[in-house]
Ligand binder design. Structure first.
Ligand SMILES: O=P(O)(O)O[C@H]1O[C@H](CO)[C@@H](O)[C@H]1O
Ligand SMILES: O=c1cc[nH]c(=O)[nH]1
Length: 236
């Protein structure tokens, strides 16, 4: 089978998919961490690969940026390719002073002003949650690996560039420590399709400190998060 956005055949995608926003981060993960990666999708340059990590079959596919984009790719993976679990491996901007570049965060929930959930299913909640069993596996794995994994609520925003601080202030009032643009839609799709999802993010920049990773660093410097996600797949 194929979809308008994915040319993979059914058996070409593993049950667990790591999903960065950046297609070149997907390529980097496949080429540097998986054995025998095979590219299953190049449509729109949203690259997807399947290979093996320590003999476990794993796929990695980009989501593109924003909720409409991850909404499409995650829905197709769950619904048409029978994927069980998607772990987003993203970047995020730190709102709070405790967060610094390259810190690794686990989303314990995400808040959004987005209408994605309401429009997709009629469900109006502005907070979406990851799968508890996947979060627990990520936390257990981080402990074994001695990774200082920070757990926070994320802001999933529809907007990257703002004219005012209003959206950031509202997100902070709603308990968000950092901002990214996809986990709300991913968690919602997993929920309505009875599948599993989690989101790990590496801090790429700060709204408080003068810290800002380059595009290349956002592509290839997230080793701790990638290894954490891959080691977690061995436990689920
Ligand atoms: O680095 P990725 O995973 O794309 O994540 C973040 O980076 C993009 C914005 O630069 C958005 O997709 C945001 O969620
Ligand atoms: O500031 C940032 C950094 C990464 N992703 C975002 O959405 N915002």
């Amino acid at each position: 089978m194929s979809t308008p956005h994915n040319t993979a055949q059914n058996d070409e995608i593993a049950k667990i998919v790591l999903m960065p926003g950046d297609p070149l981060r997907a390529k980097f993960i496949a080429e540097n961490y998986l054995d025998d990666p095979i590219c299953f999708n190049t449509v729109r340059n949203v690259l997807g690969y399947t290979g093996a990590y320590k003999n476990k079959r794993i796929s990695v596919m980009a989501s593109g940026m924003g909720m409409p984009s991850i909404g499409i790719y995650s829905y197709e993976l769950y619904k048409f390719y029978d994927v069980d679990t998607i772990i987003r491996v993203g970047s995020c901007g730190g709102y709070i002073p405790e967060l610094h570049a390259l810190d690794v965060l686990l989303a314990k929930s995400c808040w959004s002003e987005s209408t994605f959930a309401k429009v997709q299913s009629g469900e109006g909640s502005d907070v979406q949650y990851p799968s508890p069993s996947i979060n627990q596996a990520i936390k257990d794995t981080a402990k074994i690996m001695n990774i200082d994994l920070k757990e926070y609520r994320l802001h999933s925003s529809d907007v990257f560039y703002h004219e005012t601080n209003q959206a950031q202030d509202i997100a902070i009032k709603n308990g968000c420590a950092a901002v990214e643009m996809e986990s709300f839609a991913l968690f919602h799709n997993a929920h309505v399709l009875n599948k599993k999802a989690a989101c790990i993010c590496t801090v790429s920049d700060s709204f408080v400190h003068d810290e800002n990773l380059t595009s290349k660093q956002r592509e290839n410097s997230f080793d701790t998060m990638i290894k954490l996600a891959l080691e977690t797949t061995l436990r689920i």
